[in-house]
Write a protein that binds this ligand. Structure first.
Ligand code: ADP
Ligand code: MG
Length: 462
């Protein structure tokens, strides 16, 4: 009996052992080498330690992304040397001098300003996201013009509904509208998520009257990422009433969403119909020309603010634009990463350097062809290519076929119909089914996961 409890104690003591961060840092230096250590790892701080994971602090998003993409696995195994129970890392961005602000810190403020303070804290208009630095191309021209238009003619189009995929500039445009109009109007700019937070908080504190008053005071109401209300009945109810009140008093309403109004499933029909009752415009993916324009602007911004050249030659700029995914946020991230790296290297970067630097983002996807995937896969599973492409459904053929389709989706930029055509003219729904099946198997089937990983690295390695 005593023995048993002794055992339990030892275990828990061992697990709660506190990491000696200085010691860990020393072992980082030893295992990663002085250069990587001093460039990337030295400034990581230990913010919080739990039994099975730690929260590490880094100064910027760029650092976080860099460290997680290249060193996270090794950092984890170093930590495990000191504390075996750790199996996960989390990173938190802790810029210098920014403490965590507490909400509602001033008890003397009245209730309306409680809400106001909270909204202002989280929904400040960002002066850097304005019309002047929004680069216009084919894909966003209409949204841009519409945004400008409502600024000169309030309520001409009401509501203005802008939709498009992630990282394409929706928040940037909404923010620009807010900046422009806040000169002469009472502008409320809030994300749907924050709107909900405020809403729930007000219900809990019995302050719905204040909530309503506060939001309905705006004569310009801008709400970002409205798709967030999907499936949330209570929130939709409140939003509907807020919308109607604002609309009736001719307040300008601007909304962004990741999809068109009619595609907002689990949203009440009456809301969808209100949302599409004004002007609906979409922001599309940038074409090569727009991506180049954005990169050129970034280069000149860089020159202006740092008084030096980012040293990217034309080939590199073209490479970044051509092979980036259609996401402007990512394009800018890639630009920053390449410039930062270039500044640390002795010679100007060439395209090959960029390929290495961006390997985890671009995943070399554009150099892998579907043919290559098909050949490698059939070889790997020791079946003939003909058999793999044939309509036969026996598992030893069907499984490799599905894996090849899955890899084609993951490693190439080809669309589902294109992939289907490459697989003996199969329908795109067959490809979807294959991708889903493999994804599911990867979750629970260790052997298959190992095989797919191995095959993938074979394909990517040469
Ligand atoms: P979304 O809200 O659609 O996900 P954001 O508005 O947050 O996208 O844009 C992502 C990033 O790309 C931001 O840094 C934004 O400033 C930048 N960006 C997007 N579109 C443009 C553009 N046309 N010109 C300049 N920067 C842009
Ligand atoms: Mg956004």
């Amino acid at each position: 009996m005593e023995k048993a409890s002794f055992k339990v104690n030892t275990k828990s003591v061992l697990e709660e052992k506190v990491l000696d961060w200085n010691l860990v840092q020393k072992s980082f230096e030893k295992s990663f080498g002085a250069e990587i250590y001093s460039s990337w790892l030295k400034n990581i701080s230990l913010l919080k330690e739990y039994n099975d994971y730690v929260i590490l602090g880094v100064k910027t998003r760029f650092f976080r992304d860099w460290i997680t993409s290249r060193y996270a696995d090794r950092i984890l195994s170093e930590l495990k040397k000191y504390k075996i129970s750790i199996n996960r890392l989390e990173f938190k961005i802790e810029p210098d001098g920014v403490g965590t602000k507490t909400l509602f810190s001033n008890p003397a403020t009245n209730k309306i300003s409680d809400i106001k303070e909270s909204v202002l804290n989280y929904n400040r208009l960002n002066p850097n996201l304005n019309f002047e630095n929004f680069i216009v191309g084919k894909s966003n021209n209409l949204s841009f013009l519409s945004a400008k238009k409502i600024c000169s003619q309030l309520s001409r189009y009401n509501p203005l509904f802008i939709y498009g995929g992630v990282g394409l500039g929706k928040t940037h445009l909404l923010n620009s509208i807010g900046l422009e109009l806040s000169k002469n109007n009472n502008v409320m700019f809030i994300s749907a998520e924050r709107f909900m937070y405020q809403f729930i908080k007000s219900i809990k504190k019995n302050e719905m009257v204040n909530f309503k008053d506060f939001f309905r005071k705006a004569n310009v109401f801008i709400i970002d990422d409205i798709q967030f209300i999907r499936g949330k009945e209570g929130l939709q109810e409140e939003f509907f009433h807020t919308f109607n009140t604002l609309f009736d008093q001719s307040s300008q309403i601007v909304i962004s969403s990741d999809r068109a109004p009619n595609k907002l499933d689990r949203v009440q029909d009456r809301i969808k119909s209100r949302l599409s009752g004004g002007l609906v415009v979409d922001i599309g993916s940038p074409d090569l020309e727009l991506k180049l324009k954005i990169l050129r602007k970034k280069i000149s911004d860089y020159q202006n603010s740092f008084k030096e050249n980012p040293d990217l030659n034309e080939d590199v700029v073209n490479y970044l634009a051509k092979y980036s995914n259609s996401n402007i946020r990512e394009l800018i991230g890639v630009f920053n990463r390449v410039v930062a790296f270039g500044k640390m290297s002795k010679n100007p970067l060439n395209v090959n350097d960029c390929k290495i630097i961006l390997k985890d983002i671009y995943n070399n996807s554009k150099v892998v062809s579907i043919d290559k995937i098909q050949n490698a896969t059939s070889n790997f599973f020791s079946i003939t290519l003909d058999d793999m492409m044939s309509p036969r459904r026996s598992r030893p053929l069907a499984r490799p076929r599905q894996i090849a389709m899955y890899l084609a989706k993951k490693l190439t930029p080809r669309s589902l119909p294109e992939i289907g055509r490459k697989f003996a003219n199969r329908d795109h729904t067959t490809v979807i089914h294959a991708v889903k099946t493999v994804e599911k198997l990867l979750e629970n089937n260790d052997e298959l996961r190992k095989n797919v990983e191995e095959l993938k690295s074979l394909i990517l390695s040469d």
